[in-house]
Design a protein around this ligand. Structure first.
Ligand SMILES: NC(=O)c1ccc[n+]([C@@H]2O[C@H](COP(=O)([O-])OP(=O)(O)OC[C@H]3O[C@@H](n4cnc5c(N)ncnc54)[C@H](O)[C@@H]3O)[C@@H](O)[C@H]2O)c1
Length: 286
């Protein structure tokens, strides 16, 4: 990588977020490799990327040559050799320090020596994650939002060792993907998760104590507070398990006001994880 430029990106993890980030990266003009060890996830990521491109074509948001160019920039792989020489690695694997650290270990000998690693973590410490990598100064948080192709923000998160160059690369890539950025000094949950999970947790507490139905709580926030989605519609999209792990972390870091609602815990135990499994707070018949 010449100082200050990105040409190739590798996205690790092709779940809810990774697939959207990979498409945004390819549409930004970057050669983009997607690494996903689970064959079913890899296949469904590819199918969903195709579907989003097809829908954008139908709506004439993009033309055929643009869609084709984006497709041609994408490659899909199960193994880490696909990360070879990448200028920017964007990690979107599950919210666990151990899983993420293992990924950084596999990236270290493969991505460009000057390459930057970005994590899409919703809540974990950038400083702690960076310290498990071989390049804490070239490590930052790039917090994308779901669904990536619709949401306009990326929070750029600076850990204690994050250097200006890493932030500049994060800013450059986010802008090329058509996103706005805000700069956040590392703190648990950054700006958005820290506020959003409180709203979502309170909604579960209200549902549990019978204040209103899920539909009416969603309706109240949409029509009364102008939220584009209700808190239950949103948590079904995000994944109840993902939301619970963020709350547990913020509870440990910031105290009792983040204690997860018992009802949310029950939903997760029941396997009601959201849209991804066909049922969460609501049912999604296939
Ligand atoms: N879901 C959201 O709305 C959302 C929003 C912003 C940020 N995030 C964050 O993004 C990250 C990913 O979340 P998600 O919702 O996409 O999770 P997900 O469970 O949908 O996807 C994670 C993917 O990573 C894959 N994976 C697991 N181990 C791997 C490894 N060692 N190498 C490569 N791939 C591996 C899994 O097979 C899975 O496909 C998490 O840190 C989460 O906190 C999630």
């Amino acid at each position: 990588m010449t100082e200050g430029s990105v040409r190739s990106v590798v996205v690790i993890g092709a779940g809810i977020m990774g697939r959207g980030i990979a498409l945004a990266s390819a549409r930004a003009g970057y050669k983009t490799a997607v690494i996903e060890p689970n064959p079913a996830s890899l296949q469904s990521a590819r199918a969903e990327i195709e579907k989003i491109l097809d829908r954008a074509l139908e709506k004439t948001e993009i033309d055929e040559p643009t869609a084709r160019a984006a497709r041609e920039r994408l490659t899909y792989a199960a193994g880490f050799d696909a990360a070879q020489g990448a200028d920017l690695a964007i990690e979107a694997v599950p919210e666990s320090v151990a899983i993420k650290a293992k990924v950084y270990g596999q990236l270290a000998p493969r991505i460009a020596r000057e390459g930057v690693i970005a994590t899409n973590t919703s809540s974990l410490s950038i400083t702690e994650l960076a310290a498990t990598s071989d390049r804490p100064a070239r490590f930052l948080g790039m917090h994308f939002f779901n669904p990536v192709h619709r949401m306009r923000l990326v929070e750029l998160v600076r850990g204690i060792e994050t250097g200006d160059h890493a932030l500049a690369i994060g800013e450059q890539a986010a802008r090329a993907m058509g996103k706005e950025t805000v700069l956040v000094r590392e703190s648990p949950g950054f700006v958005t998760s820290r506020i959003n999970v409180l709203i979502g947790n309170e909604a579960f507490t209200m549902l549990e104590s019978g204040v209103a139905s899920a539909r009416d709580i969603d309706k109240a926030l949409k029509l009364g507070l102008n939220h584009p989605m209700g808190p239950f519609e949103l948590v079904d999209l995000v994944g109840l398990d993902t939301r619970l792990s963020i709350l547990e972390y913020l509870h440990r870091m910031l105290g009792d006001k983040y204690r997860p609602s018992p009802l949310l815990i029950q939903y997760v135990k029941a396997g009601r994880l959201g849209r991804k499994v066909g049922r969460g707070v609501y049912e999604y018949p296939s």
